[in-house]
Write a protein that binds this ligand. Structure first.
Ligand code: PHE
Length: 445
């Protein structure tokens, strides 16, 4: 068991470090681009307030009361059927699966930090060709950087929640914010800034359909690190008598602000230098480097800063994705931190190797199942199915199974009259909303 505790600020930084990741800087802008801008942003913000906040607070509460890994937390807090509820705690396993491809993407980002020092692609077509050739033919480069990501992440985890993670976040989170704010202020000086603001905040309702809602809910989950015990595991180390409500508020506020700042910055760069926002997942790796090139001499510096910020965001999230399972083996099997971190690391590392191969010509065919290759399946199954399913489990557990008095004792003094509103949204709005998402994903709606 961890004896060292997070201060409230330490916890907020760690949880924000978990939440702010590739989801904010890589995914949010391209998903916004694909879904028509302003209306998507509005629906996403509404989802964060209505569903994200209630589940975030529920997870923080469970960790805070459970004080151990997720499996033990469910078991300990269930008034009856403890043995059955503990299985809900295995949601943490989703993390290792997420990490298999997340670590590969962190590796790409490391690679882009290095290449941004030298030549940038002069056109979008050139940028696309170089990204695609890395993705589809250059297994060695990807394996090299995936290995680097694995070593780096595992090393931080071995150092432990308090020493490794709190120190890391104390340095990286403010650095990330400084770099992003610097880039943002640079973007505000460009003519295209007004166009970016219009794109992100002027809702075009004709672009909205049921898919927009589904994407917004799924993304809210992924970006807030909900549904796999990351937040729960960190809040298990939260000091007694900390305000859980303020913590939840700050994590969500930081995550959302950073996504919006990143989005405005990226779209300004793209409009200013004639790339189109609806570029899909390649936005950051294809459209952006070409925009950096068009900036002239300063482009290389901006590119290095941008990809470094993205790497920091990815690393702090990665640590939180692996930590829940590490904590589980430490708590339940009394493994040493080193052994647990190496075992979990090896799992995502090896699966990541196969994920890399599933994009490589020659291996691709054997590793493609139906409509997607293994890499895309890992992303789809974890983010769109496993996280929301676990989210429903958390909302039902805290909303209907846990003893209400126990919950009130902690949260009523903090929430006051808003307690019932939170409890209602946790019991009804969150699970019904998530259920609809899941139904539509399997094609029932
Ligand atoms: N929230 C992280 C991001 O936005 C990813 C993540 C998902 C982290 C699930 C922990 C748990 O990139």
């Amino acid at each position: 068991m961890e004896i060292a505790r997070f201060s409230r600020i330490g916890f907020i930084l760690a949880a924000a470090g978990s939440a702010v990741g590739l989801g904010n800087i890589w995914k949010f802008p391209y998903v916004t681009g694909e879904n028509g801008g302003g209306a998507f942003v509005l629906i996403y913000l509404l989802t964060v307030v209505l569903i994200g906040f209630s589940i975030m607070l529920a997870e923080i509460l469970m960790g805070y009361l459970g004080r151990q890994d997720t499996v033990t937390a469910f078991e300990k807090l269930a008034p009856k059927n403890k043995g059955a509820w503990k299985f809900a705690g295995f949601q943490s396993f989703t993390g290792l699966t997420i990490m298999s491809f997340y670590s590969v993407v962190v590796g790409w980002i490391f690679h882009y930090v290095v290449t941004s020092f030298s030549a940038l692609p002069s056109t979008v077509a050139e940028a696309e060709a170089s990204f695609m050739s890395m993705l589809q033919t250059d297994a060695l480069t990807q394996i090299f950087y995936h290995t680097l990501a694995f070593i780096f992440i595992t090393f931080i985890i071995v150092k432990g929640v308090k020493k490794g993670i709190e120190n890391l976040n104390l340095v990286l989170m403010p650095t990330l914010m400084l770099i992003l704010l610097g880039l943002f202020f640079y973007a505000t000086t460009m003519d295209a800034f007004a166009q970016a603001v219009d794109f992100m905040f002027n809702p075009k309702w004709e672009k909205v359909n049921s898919h927009t809602f589904i994407t917004a809910i799924g993304h809210a989950f992924f970006t807030l690190s909900l549904g796999m015990g990351a937040i729960m595991t960190y809040s298990a180390s939260l000091e007694k008598d900390s305000s859980l409500v303020k913590s939840a508020f700050w994590v969500i506020f930081l995550d959302t602000t950073i996504a919006i700042v990143a989005g405005l910055t990226l779209f300004t760069f793209l409009y200013q230098y004639d790339s189109h926002p609806a570029q899909g997942p390649g936005l950051v790796f294809i459209s952006l480097p070409a925009a950096f090139y068009a900036m002239g001499a300063i482009g290389n510096i901006i590119a290095v800063l941008f990809f470094s910020a993205l790497a920091f965001a990815g690393v702090t999230s990665s640590v939180s994705i692996v930590e829940p399972m590490v904590q589980y083996f430490i708590d339940r099997f009394k493994w040493s931190r080193l052994k647990a971190a190496l075992a979990m690391g090896s799992f995502f590392y090896l699966l990541g190797l196969v994920a890399i191969l599933s994009n490589i010509e020659g291996f691709k065919d054997v590793l493609t199942f139906g409509s997607k290759n293994l890499f895309d399946w890992l992303d789809f199954v974890t983010a769109s199915i496993l996280l929301p399913v676990a989210g429903v489990a958390v909302s039902i557990f805290v909303g209907f199974v846990m003893d209400k008095q126990k919950i009130e004792a902690v949260l009523k003094p903090q929430l006051g009259s808003a307690f019932e509103a939170w409890y209602f949204s946790l019991r009804y709005i969150a699970p019904i909303g998530l259920f609809i998402v899941m139904l539509s994903l399997v094609g029932i709606i």
